[in-house]
Design a protein around this ligand. Structure first.
Ligand code: TYD
Length: 264
């Protein structure tokens, strides 16, 4: 049963475009006992440069969805399955850097294939909402910026990901200088020991990556939404909820009467 959260209030107060949601909420149990309600799976990816605040926003959205009764799985790349976590260690330690950007791209893709098979698809097919910290766009942006050719990346994507595509990609956008400042703040706490292979790069590289993300958002507006991540975390979280509900429909609408929860 849903005991807190914003959904019922939102349905009541923000009536424009939400009348159907109010009806569905009432019928399906936001105010009732919620019995026999189950939610259709969704796959949402979060992207952005260093220090964009993705992790904070993922847990904020997860909290909100859980309060709405959604079964949420949080995962990340590189990693998210035991095999992919092992590859993560190789990649982020810099151990694969000497092998060249193409090999790094292959390793990111190999980790992704395992992550999809072991974690993403099973959760998704069980009707859960998967919130994934980084996915294909990180490879396009980071390995693209390292000089790997788009045609090569496209082939890797076809092998590792096939036709799976996120329902929504949230690109958390911040000016690279702000990202640097936030990373520097983290460094002060850790004594600088926690910087990974990709966080050690220059401001120019970070700016280029930002441009690449914005290019992807322009090229795929149906999948991607850009969120201004330079605002206060509460404001960013609120903006993300708006986008999720606008793009994927009011969360209550994903309630089905099926107990199987298999995505149609
Ligand atoms: P991580 O510690 O997860 O940090 P964050 O996502 O908060 O930046 O670091 C993952 C790093 O790996 C990050 O610098 C981006 C990089 N990366 C790639 O270069 N290619 C990829 O395909 C992925 C998934 C990540």
């Amino acid at each position: 049963m849903v005991t807190g959260g914003r959904c019922p209030y939102k349905c009541e107060t923000n009536w424009q475009g939400r009348i159907a949601a109010t009806w569905i909420c009432g019928v399906s149990g936001w105010f009732g006992d919620g019995k026999d309600t189950i939610l259709r799976g969704q796959f949402i990816t979060f992207e952005g440069g260093e220090g964009a605040g993705k992790s904070t926003q993922i847990s904020r959205l997860a909290d909100y969805l859980r309060r709405c009764g959604v079964d949420v799985v949080i995962t990340r790349e590189p990693g998210g399955s035991p095999g992919a976590e092992a590859v993560r260690h190789v990649l982020l330690s810099g151990a694969a850097e000497a092998l060249g950007p193409e090999t790094e791209a292959i390793l990111f893709s190999a980790a992704r294939a395992d992550h999809i098979a072991q974690t993403i698809e099973p959760a998704f097919h069980a009707g859960k909402w998967v919130l994934c910290d980084r996915f294909i766009d990180s490879t396009r942006v980071y390995q693209g910026e390292s000089g790997v050719q788009p045609a090569f990346l496209k082939k890797l994507e076809a092998v590792a990901v096939g036709r799976l595509s996120p329902d929504l990609t949230l690109i958390v956008d911040i000016p690279p200088r702000l990202g640097f400042k936030r990373i520097a703040g983290r460094d002060e706490l850790s004594g600088g020991a926690e910087k990974d292979r990709f966080e050690r790069e220059t401001l120019e590289i970070h700016s280029n990556r930002r441009d690449r993300y914005l290019d992807i958002a322009r090229a795929e507006p149906e999948r991607c939404a850009v969120v201004d991540g330079s605002r206060k975390p509460d404001e960013v979280a609120e903006a993300i909820i708006e986008i999720v509900e606008t793009r994927l429909g009011p969360i209550a609408e994903s309630v089905t009467s099926s107990r199987d929860g298999v995505r149609s």
